[in-house]
Design a protein. Structure first.
Length: 259
């Protein structure tokens, strides 16, 4: 495998100020995420940030870091700058691992990169897990993806899709038996050439209404492949409650007897 992991990290966060540097078991969150990503088969792991303090902290832990422009609207824009500055060949694969995913599974990173490597016609790859209950299906914060033949993403939405007409008649809210409902997991692999082009693509109506950046690629006719897993990975950290949850998981891992 020959791919690069880039971890975008910015200091600004409305719910958790300074999130990348929050302590997790004695390590800053972004450092723990980078170390976890380094357990994958990636040839290189790099943190991309707009904050000099984050850069200094990451480098102090002997992790590569690039200081990027402060005006990027999204992490994808930040990754595009990295690919330009590194002059990566168009066919190189870049995996975007969010800086607030300290428990991400290295094998999941490998699987998404491998999926894209096997299918040269695709511009991107991502992953999804089955939706297990109606609450998740109807939660707009749980992004759904519908897939077609060959693991191709057909659409991403905050709405409950696919819509089980008969099971949901008369306003019922349930998860129909056998419904192929998938929860999209925000881990992406890109071809470097496409990643450089992506910020320049016009944002379409679907992206703007759903507030889902990946719809821009679909609206412009690009192929996104979806790697599916049986069980959802451990969620990332968005809130103070998430932070405490991950701290407890790490503490338990330290105190657990050797197996």
């Amino acid at each position: 495998m020959n791919f690069l992991v880039v971890i975008p990290a910015r200091a600004a966060s409305t719910r958790l100020p300074g999130k990348p540097l929050l302590d997790l078991g004695g390590l800053p969150m972004v450092v723990r995420t980078a170390r976890q990503a380094a357990r994958s088969q990636a040839r290189r792991v790099l943190v991309a940030t707009d904050d000099p303090t984050i850069q200094q902290t990451v480098q102090a832990h002997h992790i590569e870091c690039m200081l990027t422009r402060p005006d990027h609207a999204t992490g994808t824009d930040r990754l595009a700058e990295v690919t330009r500055r590194l002059r990566l060949p168009d066919g190189d694969i870049v995996v975007n691992v969010q800086g607030d995913e300290p428990l991400i599974e290295p094998t999941l990173i490998d699987a998404v990169a491998q999926l894209l490597a096997r299918h040269t016609e695709a511009a991107m790859a991502t992953c999804a897990a089955p939706i297990a209950d109606a609450e998740a299906l109807f939660n707009p914060n749980v992004v759904k993806v519908v897939c077609g033949a060959g693991a191709r993403a057909l659409y991403f939405s905050r709405a409950p899709i696919p819509w089980a007409r008969d099971a949901l008649a008369d306003g019922r809210k349930c998860l129909a038996s056998g419904l192929p409902a998938w929860h999209h997991i925000g881990l992406y692999a890109y071809r470097a050439g496409f990643l450089r082009q992506f910020p320049g693509l016009p944002a379409g109506q679907l992206e703007q209404f759903e507030s889902l950046e990946q719809l821009r690629a679909l609206e412009q006719g690009h192929t996104i492949l979806v790697h599916t897993v049986k069980h959802p990975p451990t969620p990332g950290i968005d809130t103070a409650e998430d932070l405490e949850r991950v701290r407890k998981i790490l503490a338990q891992a330290v105190t657990a007897p050797p197996g």
